[in-house]
Design a protein around this ligand. Structure first.
Ligand code: SF4
Length: 244
């Protein structure tokens, strides 16, 4: 396949940035989008140009491709997006996540430290140290275990934020609150967790949720909107109980 790429190039956080056009020729339709960027970067390096900065670690491969988080296939990751989903001769726009809370570091790399601060605020359980408890010492109903596991599959990629017209992180925070709040081990801090994580989310500059639903449409792990409803319910109970 022969493709034209219009890629966002930005030397650093204070550089205004611009789209630069590149040609990629003779690439297999079975190559992934990230493999294609590797091929392009090899050519740029051989030509003495600055390679395009992007992240290829699991959960970090986020980029807007033709205006869609992780590309037109939706609900996948960029490493699983293959060129056969495009047509020979296509021009493809590639940009970093666009959200105030995810400042651009360079080219397609953004700083997702805001997610770390939300986790630091409450994404944990406290447990006494000592010998490991016996397996099954704390029974967990199967339905709760399954729902907690589904929530725990969130990889923190940030596609939900990038897709949201408000730049909201509610789907991410909802998944992190639910995966602990659904389990018995997560109950002692259930109220403080949701209050502190929402405070951290607001302090990081994420927008509010208006139920647009774009987040779940692009989420590679299928985190459902119902978890945002659960988050709101938890928050209401916690705020009432703690008079915040
Ligand atoms: S909720 Fe989905 S889209 Fe958002 S960070 Fe988690 S895995 Fe990524």
């Amino acid at each position: 396949m022969n493709l034209k790429l219009r890629v966002w190039r930005q030397r650093g956080p204070s550089d205004p940035g611009r789209m630069i056009t590149y040609s990629v020729e003779g690439i297999s339709p079975d190559a992934s989008f990230l493999e294609m960027l590797d091929v392009l970067n090899e050519k740029l390096i051989l030509d003495g140009d600055d390679p395009i900065a992007f992240e290829g670690i699991c959960g970090m491969c986020g980029m807007m491709i033709n205006g869609v988080a992780h590309g037109p296939e939706r609900a996948t990751t960029t490493c699983q997006l293959h060129l056969r989903h495009f047509s020979d001769g296509d021009t493809i726009d590639v940009e970093p996540w666009r959200a105030a809370a995810f400042p651009v570091v360079k080219d397609l790399v953004v700083d997702r430290g805001a997610f770390d601060r939300i986790i630091q605020a409450g994404g944990y359980v406290t447990a006494p140290t000592g010998a490991a408890p016996d397996a099954h010492a704390t029974p967990v109903p199967k339905a709760d275990a399954d729902a907690a596991f589904e929530a725990a599959t969130c990889i923190g990629c940030g596609a939900c934020v990038a897709a949201c017209p408000n730049g909201s992180a509610m789907l991410f925070t909802a998944a992190k609150v639910a995966h602990l709040g659904l389990l018995p081990q997560g109950q002692p801090e259930r109220h403080t967790r949701v209050l502190d994580m929402i405070d951290a989310q607001d302090a990081a500059g994420f927008g509010g949720c208006t139920n647009a639903g774009e987040c779940t449409a692009v989420c590679p792990k299928g985190i459902p909107l119902t978890l945002i409803g659960r988050l709101n319910s938890d928050y209401r109970h916690a705020a009432t109980a703690n008079s915040r």
